[in-house]
Design a protein. Structure first.
Length: 257
C-alpha cells in the first residue's frame, strides 16, 4: 500500500514531463497565430489540445510535428474525437478557397465541421455565439422541467432557492458577443418562461410584478453582472495569454479613439 501513491506520483510526473516536451516541440516551430508578438499555436487543458494556424499548410505542418512527437513518447491522438474548424474571414474578398484537402494525422484524416463543443462552449466557424445560446436554452428548459416534476409541491421559498441554484448557473454567458437579436430574445423569453412555470405564475402574469415578488434579477441584470464579474477577473489575471490579450485590446481601443 505504501508504494501505490509513490508510483502514482511518478506516473503523473512522467506524463507531465512528456506532455511538456510534446507542447514545447509544437510551440518552438514558430508557426501559428500571433497575439501581439507572441506565437500562439497550441493550447492544452488536461488531455484536450487545440492547434491554431493561419492556413491549411501551416496547420498540416503542426499536426505532423504533433504526430511525430507523440510517437516518441508512446502516445496517440484519438482521430475519432479530433475535428477541424475553418474560421471564415469577415471580408468575403479575403476568402481564397472554400474547400481544402483533408488534414492528416499520420494515415488518418481529420473531419471538417462547422461547429464544435469545446469545454462546454459551442464554437462556430463564423465566430457566432448563436449555437452556444441555443445550448443554454436547451439546458435551462431541461433543468426547469426536472425541477417542476420533482419539487412541484414545495413552498415558494424552497422553489426560489432551487431556481437560483439550478437555473441561474449559466455557463460563459459573459463571453456572448456576436449573436442575432432574435436568438438573444429567445434566451430572454426562456428565462421568463422557466421562472413562471416553476414558480407557479400564469402565462400572462406581469413579469415586473413577478420579479418584485420573488426578488429575482432580470435577464439584463444577469448578463451585465456576468460581464462585469468576468472583466474584473480578466483584469487581475496573471496568465501570459490573458495579459497579452488585454494589452492588445487596449491598444486597439486607443487606436479607435
Amino acid at each position: 500500500m505504501a508504494m501505490g501513491p509513490d508510483k502514482g506520483v511518478f506516473y503523473r510526473l512522467t506524463c507531465l514531463h512528456a506532455m511538456r516536451e510534446l507542447l514545447g516541440s509544437v510551440r518552438n516551430t514558430g508557426i501559428g497565430c500571433f497575439v501581439g508578438d507572441v506565437c500562439m499555436n497550441i493550447l492544452a487543458y488536461a488531455d484536450d489540445i487545440v492547434v491554431l494556424a493561419p492556413s491549411w499548410h501551416a496547420l498540416q505542418m503542426l499536426l505532423s510535428v504533433l504526430h511525430s512527437q507523440s510517437i516518441l513518447i508512446d502516445m496517440s491522438c484519438n482521430v475519432n474525437k479530433t475535428v477541424c474548424v475553418m474560421f471564415k474571414p469577415k471580408r468575403q474578398s479575403s476568402i481564397i478557397c472554400a474547400q481544402f484537402p483533408p488534414l492528416r494525422i499520420g494515415a488518418n484524416c481529420v473531419q471538417y465541421v462547422s461547429d464544435f463543443r469545446y469545454l462546454g462552449h459551442v464554437i462556430m466557424d463564423n465566430l457566432s455565439d448563436d449555437g452556444d445560446i441555443h445550448r443554454e436554452i436547451r439546458c435551462m428548459f431541461t433543468r426547469c422541467n426536472m425541477l417542476s416534476r420533482r419539487f412541484y409541491n414545495c413552498s415558494m421559498s424552497v422553489k426560489l432557492v432551487l431556481f437560483k441554484s439550478f437555473c441561474l448557473c449559466f455557463y460563459n454567458i459573459a463571453l456572448l458577443n456576436r449573436f442575432r437579436i432574435g436568438v438573444m430574445n429567445k434566451f430572454r423569453s426562456c428565462y421568463i418562461k422557466c421562472a413562471k412555470i416553476f414558480l407557479g405564475f400564469t402565462k400572462y402574469y406581469s413579469v415586473t410584478n413577478m420579479l418584485l415578488l420573488t426578488d429575482l434579477p432580470s435577464f439584463d441584470t444577469l448578463m451585465n453582472n456576468a460581464r462585469i464579474t468576468d472583466a474584473g477577473r480578466w483584469s487581475v489575471c496573471s496568465n501570459a495569454l490573458v495579459v497579452i490579450s488585454n494589452s492588445v485590446d487596449c491598444m486597439y481601443v486607443h487606436f479607435l479613439s
